[in-house]
Design a protein around this ligand. Structure first.
Ligand SMILES: NC(=O)c1ccc[n+]([C@@H]2O[C@H](COP(=O)([O-])OP(=O)(O)OC[C@H]3O[C@@H](n4cnc5c(N)ncnc54)[C@H](OP(=O)(O)O)[C@@H]3O)[C@@H](O)[C@H]2O)c1
Length: 335
């Protein structure tokens, strides 16, 4: 039996280009003892895919040229020679841009299924972006009732969850997102207090209007000029969970943001970069909290599901222009 898999043919320069990855068919090897075969249902497309394609300094080894492209996946076990893993089980974890994956179970675990919640919402929320939002906000942001929380990329996978946890914790939540539809969604559907459409508004002026007393927590996801405007308005003892800097991921000659060292000192800010896997030993805690909020109707999430593994390259590019609306997934096969 063959599988289809995307392999990294060359490292992108700037935006991901046609030909940077190649879709190939290859034979699926026989399962060795301790392995299982997963038929991928959802492939998670994430901003970090662009980082993994590069050889910049990063938190995991870059994907090697000629190797399958790394990805978060969710799928159904179709054959198993691994004790405790049965055909039919739904597993989620780290895999490849492929329709079938042979796994030994490393970085894979069973995905709990929540009554009344779709597999896409369960996977899209509990697997990657939910824990990122949860630990970044709860551990680093340390939200307190009455505080002002600003979150950029507010209508995306992580951002939509950050804002809702902020509301659960009693914060005033201001989103920043590209376009009216996304801003309307986070305010009207998710209960954010306000949202700044950075594509049509002056972000600094809007922050002055919406946060006249300053900002306690900046959940930073984009970097660049938006981050600069938010940082300038941080309160003393403010906290900045530094989750992502997507505005720079496709940059050819990346230039670091200017430092704010004097301001960081004078306002005693805490700025901490983090990667969700830092918190892997505590994923049970985030899973229980997120599932509880979902089942209790306090947390809803939007998935942006696109068809076809063959469209993965064209689709992943949309993350860097805001073409996605919610957690971006590829439907590789039916559930
Ligand atoms: N630290 C971690 O462990 C971790 C884990 C997951 C994700 N992340 C980071 O969190 C961020 C969001 O990830 P996600 O998976 O939830 O993706 P996402 O928000 O669903 O999609 C990315 C969004 O970023 C916004 N964006 C893209 N380019 C931009 C630019 N130049 N300026 C402003 N906004 C821009 C777009 O929204 P608009 O339409 O609103 O512009 C786009 O929809 C990324 O920076 C990602 O790297 C970090």
């Amino acid at each position: 039996m063959d599988r289809k898999v995307w392999k990294l043919a060359r490292r992108p320069v700037g935006d991901i280009a046609d030909g940077d990855l190649e879709l190939v068919s290859e034979a699926i090897p026989d399962l060795a003892e301790g392995q299982f075969l997963l038929a991928v249902i959802y492939l998670s497309l994430d901003p970090t895919n662009r980082i993994w394609m590069s050889d910049m300094e990063q938190y995991m080894p870059p994907v090697e040229l000629g190797a399958p492209m790394r990805a978060g996946v969710c799928g159904r076990v179709v054959a198993s020679r691994k004790a405790g893993v049965e055909p039919g089980q739904i597993m989620a974890g780290l895999g490849e841009w492929a329709d079938h994956i042979v796994s030994d179970g490393s970085f894979m675990s069973p995905l709990p299924q929540l009554p009344g919640v779709s597999l896409a919402a369960t996977y899209g929320t509990l697997a990657l972006v939910g824990p990122t939002a949860y630990f970044g906000l709860m551990d680093i942001g340390q939200p307190k009732p009455g505080e002002t929380l600003v979150v950029s990329a507010a209508a995306g996978g992580v951002g939509q969850i950050v804002g809702q946890i902020g509301k659960i914790k009693g914060c005033r939540v201001i989103g920043i997102a590209g376009g009216k539809a996304k801003c309307d969604y986070v305010v009207n559907e998710l209960g954010f207090d306000a949202c700044i459409d950075y594509k049509h508004e002056d972000v600094g002026a809007a922050l002055d209007r919406l946060c006249p007393d300053g900002i306690d927590i900046n959940f930073e996801q984009v970097g660049g000029p938006i981050m600069v405007e938010v940082l300038k308005r941080m309160k003393t003892f403010g906290r900045v969970p530094l989750c992502g800097l997507i505005s720079g991921y496709n940059a050819i000659d990346a230039v670091e943001e200017p430092g704010f060292w004097t301001m960081i000192l004078m306002r005693r800010l805490t700025i901490r970069g983090f990667i969700v896997t830092d918190f892997a030993p505590r994923f049970g805690e985030s899973g229980a909290a997120l599932a509880g909020w979902m089942l209790g109707g306090q947390l809803q999430t939007r998935q942006d599901i696109r068809p076809g593994l063959e469209n993965a390259v064209a689709t992943v590019r949309e993350l860097y222009t805001g073409g996605n609306f919610g957690k971006l997934l590829i439907q590789v096969s039916d559930y």
